[in-house]
Design a protein around this ligand. Structure first.
Ligand SMILES: Cc1ncc(COP(=O)(O)O)c(C=O)c1O
Length: 396
């Protein structure tokens, strides 16, 4: 039978990263392609204990329908932590638990944007968000990044040139894929521009807790005086990605609409995992756990940067993240990215080409993303040497 897929989904391509996963697993292969947290960061023993206790003492709560806004104790704990750690939460804000930050992003666009509205995003940006915006018929326009974060001159140009901009989607801290953090001065200018052109900001911060060097920068949400910032966070990178627990904090009028939209999608987020998450925060030391993850990633990022410095030809540039799990590598002019990625794959080293993260996937690109949270120390050293040899062979 000939299936007539909807117009919206006809042109959506599968995530390049998920496709790369299919080629992984060959013995000796080294992947810098994943976006996964290191499995050592999962508190397995503690979660098992909590799950046993839940099934013993509160099985019905765990197995029954829950409320759409989320499991109340978890909502309260997340609100308190957001206030304490990030200064987030105004009296007219509310918070909903969502099924991963991914759902928070998609629901925001679904509730706030009409088809054809412009969504501005950093270029490059998180592929899951870009595909969510595309699937909802938003027009995506990328704004380049520089060393300070999003390029405010280019942002203003995009705001001037496009009349129906609704939303700026930004990952200001340890950006995926570039590993860049937007500095305070830039954040202040971005907020001014958002006010001047009357747009919303969706601040996506799943990596914010994973700083291993430098100083914290205030979130957009904590500096927002006009209720235009929606803040999306997640437990994926600090407790478990498979648990699928994220949260969205925004003005209560927006959250009440997002609640309705979520009822159409999945009614509510998995109650058992919301309970496990809440009880973990109540019973154990989440901050200490996060400190340990930071130490692990500091070591891995340091190792990767050292390997790049020692091995890569000087014409290959790369970012030096202060946290998170990615860095961004750029080949010199004249080198073909697709050829580089292919040669790497032939040698069983996998990276994600920058085209996967572009607002316009047809635009020329010479960059690729490297993940350091998943590979072992030996794989980091060996894999970067292989990539450096390929770059040199190709004339870098
Ligand atoms: C920038 C960014 N936002 C959101 C997400 C979604 O995370 P989750 O849905 O697991 O919370 C990810 C996942 O990798 C991400 O990199």
């Amino acid at each position: 039978m000939n299936y007539n897929v909807s117009e919206k989904f006809k042109n959506l391509k599968p995530s390049a990263i998920r496709e790369i996963f299919k080629s992984l697993g060959a013995p000796g292969s080294i992947s810098f392609a994943a976006g996964n947290p290191n499995p050592d960061s999962f508190p397995v023993k503690e979660m098992k204990e909590i799950a046993d206790e839940i099934f013993e003492k509160e099985p019905v709560t765990a197995l029954q329908y829950g409320i759409t806004e989320g499991y109340t104790p978890l909502r309260e704990l997340v609100k308190a932590r957001l206030k304490r750690v990030y200064g987030i939460g105004e009296p007219d804000d509310d918070l909903i638990i969502v099924t991963g930050g991914q759902q928070g992003i998609e629901l925001t666009c679904k509730v706030m944007c009409n088809e054809g509205d412009v969504v501005l995003c950093e270029n490059p940006s998180f592929i899951g968000a870009l595909n969510a915006f595309r699937s909802l018929g938003a027009k995506l326009i990328g704004v380049p990044l520089n060393d300070c974060g999003i390029d405010v001159n280019e942002l203003e140009k995009a705001l001037k040139e496009n009349k129906n901009v609704k939303l700026l989607y930004t990952i200001p801290t340890f950006q995926n894929p570039a590993g860049i953090t937007t500095d305070l001065e830039t954040r202040k200018k971005v907020l001014e521009l958002a006010e001047k052109y009357d747009i919303l900001i969706l601040e996506d911060n799943p990596y914010g807790d994973l700083r291993f060097s430098g100083e914290d920068v205030p979130t957009y949400k904590s500096m927002d005086k006009t209720g235009r910032v929606l803040y999306c966070g997640s437990f994926s990178k600090v407790l478990s990605a498979g648990m699928r627990i994220g949260f969205l904090c925004a003005n209560k009028d927006i959250v009440s609409k997002i609640v309705v939209a979520k009822q159409v999608e999945d009614v509510h987020t998995n109650v058992l995992f919301q309970m496990i998450c809440a009880k973990y925060i109540e019973k154990y030391d989440l901050e200490q756990h996060i400190t340990e993850i930071r130490e692990l990633y500091k070591k891995k990022a340091g190792l990767m940067i050292k390997a790049l410095e020692e091995n890569m030809p000087k014409t290959v540039s790369f970012t030096r993240p202060e946290g998170g799990i990615f860095l961004w590598c750029s080949l010199p002019e004249g080198l073909e990215l697709s050829e580089f990625v292919k040669r790497a794959g032939d040698k069983n080293v996998f990276v994600v080409p920058g085209t996967a993260f572009a607002a316009d996937p047809e635009a020329p690109c010479r960059s690729f993303r490297l993940n350091y949270s998943m590979p072992s120390d030996e794989e980091i050293v060996k894999g970067i040497r292989i990539l450096a040899d390929i770059a040199r062979e190709m004339g870098a």
